[in-house]
Write a protein of this length. Sequence first.
Length: 99
Amino acid sequence: MRGSKMAFTNEDIITPLIDTPNVKAGSFRHRNMEIVLQCKTVGEALKKLRAQDTGHGGMWDIRFAVENNAVTIQNAEENKDPNQYVPKEKAGASDDIPF
């Protein structure tokens, strides 16, 4: 999978496949993978990774976890309930267009 671009949205769901990171303990990469394993969504993981004081992480750490078979990412769009309420602002529709 190396070399290919993985694209995720903030709403995509993280499913851990392991309990503890499979990289060198005590490293920034280990700490960042622990964060990814504990999060439910890509957006939550990015927020926590970027909040680190030193060795802060980002999308690369999520891709690294996927490449190392630590997590899988499920597309949030595939898991949506078609009957779920979506506010107009989010759906892109607007009834109050000024003329």
